[in-house]
Design a protein. Structure first.
Length: 160
């Protein structure tokens, strides 16, 4: 079942790079008492994700903060080392938290996994964005196959 507006995010643990080491970060730690702009991509270093999706959030980080967003987070079904390298290559710094959903457990838990095996990518996450307040989904924008519209930074800024 796909998560919907009004639902509380399921408990899950991501991996992030902290002080040069892989570290766990739970949904509760990420969202407790915070407004989070969370977006998911099918894969780090993929064309649309690297050229438009992640850069849009990096470029608009100050605008998100001005609208009350405490944290911008990018999640992908990639390992923590890939997510860390991608974040560094995109120079996101502290503007975007890079969340590794290495086994796709979060994508599956929220019902937003997709089969990318036709592209040699295996099980991945759909492209989407959501506004989460204190662990509860307030906005949810899921892209259709091959699209990049409603999960973009500009679209989400319009919802805040």
């Amino acid at each position: 079942m796909t998560i919907k507006v009004g639902d509380k995010l399921p408990e899950a643990t991501f991996t992030v790079m902290k002080e040069g080491k892989p570290s766990p970060l739970t949904i509760a730690e990420l969202t407790a008492g915070k407004k989070v702009a969370l977006f998911a991509v099918p894969g780090a270093f993929t064309p649309t994700c690297s050229a438009r999706h992640l850069p849009g959030y990096k470029e608009k980080a100050a605008e998100f903060r001005a609208k009350g967003v405490d944290t911008i987070a990018c999640v992908s079904v990639n390992d923590v080392f890939v997510m860390d390298a991608w974040g560094k290559s995109q120079q996101v710094g502290d503007d975007v938290v890079m969340l590794a959903d290495g086994n796709g457990a979060f994508a599956k838990a929220v019902g937003l996994e997709m089969d990318g095996s036709g592209f040699g990518m295996g099980s991945r996450s759909k492209r989407y964005s959501m506004i989460v307040e204190n662990g509860v989904v307030k906005q949810l924008n899921v892209e259709g196959p091959g699209e990049f519209k409603v999960s973009a930074a500009d679209f989400m800024l319009g919802q805040l």
